[in-house]
Design a protein around this ligand. Sequence first.
Ligand code: UDX
Length: 444
Amino acid sequence: MRVGVLGVGHVGLVTAACMADFGHDVIGYDDDGHKIAALRAGDMPFYEPDLDRLVADNVSTGRLRFSGDAVEALSDREVVFICVGTPSREDGSPNLAYVQAAAQAVAAHARGPVVVAEKSTVPVRTGERIRQALALESQARQGTAHHEVVSNPEFLREGSAVEDTLRPDRIVVGADSTNAHEVMRRVYTPQLERHDCPYVETDVKTAELIKHASNAFLATKISFINAVARVCELTGADVETVADAMGHDPRIGRAFLNAGIGYGGSCFPKDVEAFVHIAAELGYDFGLLRETQRINREAKVWPVHQLRRLLWNLQDKEIAVLGVAFKPGTDDIRDAPALDVIDALEADGASVRLHDPVALDQVRGRFARAELYEDAREALRGAHAVVTCTEWDEYRKIEPEQLAELLAYPVVVDGRNVWDPAALEAANLRVASVGTPFSGDLGA
Ligand code: UDX
């Protein structure tokens, strides 16, 4: 089939490459000429495992092309996936101007009927708006083509986006006509032949809500275990054992029950905020999600409270911060909890010595005083305390004895439970690990 992908950011580029791999003729379009030029030269705009190989393979067979020319990219496509950004406005509502512009571009340039599939995370009822934008633009150009709108949310995670797209847990397609459903079946048949998975056919609004409900639920699961962690700390229980035992119940499951310093990234914070906002606009106060957000805000300042408890004043203290990416396996720092931790430390007058194996370039010049270290051990040497903000594997390899040797004061605040607290204590370190009893305590 002739497939267009409008917007070649993280979701769009992965979608384009995977659709080409399933045998479709795909054009990735973006109005950012630099991005298109880079992709044509074989440069990936971000790191994602396996993506460069998948793009190169499909470009070489001619199934995948990139274009910054809307006429070339959009005139003869049967399906166009809208994969543009939906940044948050200041009030938390998503800014849908790029989605509208994308719909207008399709209607302006398509010569025949197109199925327009929204992949960007959008509020429920955006499908209706897209339909309206398509109709208005077509009419203004005296077009007669009848375009249809489909909601086809993606559930890909950064760092495993290619794997998640090639072998998803489920495919969700929301459409309001038999024809649109048939077209989407043809799009996904090659994929389902390669990897069978549940294929959920529903109406547009339900599909839009599935995406919001899924992300909001996962974020709530994380906040739930972070709240349990606070209770564990107060009682002297161990949150990881609680999570493991809860996880044996298949109705609960162990995934997304890792307590830490909160969720970040480009999806959860923005999606939860948008869902709260959309529900309020529709007349429902989604208090549960507002509480999810509150717990997440608290989780992000937990390390600073622990440091104050263990070091008293943070003024002029040197604090090694390990990890700034919002999770391991990515250099993405969007809404990363570490940013809040570092801002709070600097506000308290501390000097931050920051290490991250891949994300340092993203934070150069962002902080008032933080010094950036390419080597974690150098960041630790002589610091008054260490805080872990991202659970990179390489940090697990630092032995407690070595930590004790490198640090000027024996203080460890383990925000991602990288190390075993008992092993740290055995090395005479004073430890605050999320959801375990604290050592070196002066009282709450
Ligand atoms: C997420 C969803 O998983 C994906 O389905 C959706 O399409 C986009 O948003 P992503 O943001 O890439 O994907 O990362 P994810 O692995 O889900 O982690 C999100 C955040 O939650 C990270 O900051 C991570 O550290 C945190 N997290 C995750 C926890 O704190 N505890 C956990 O148990 C799991």
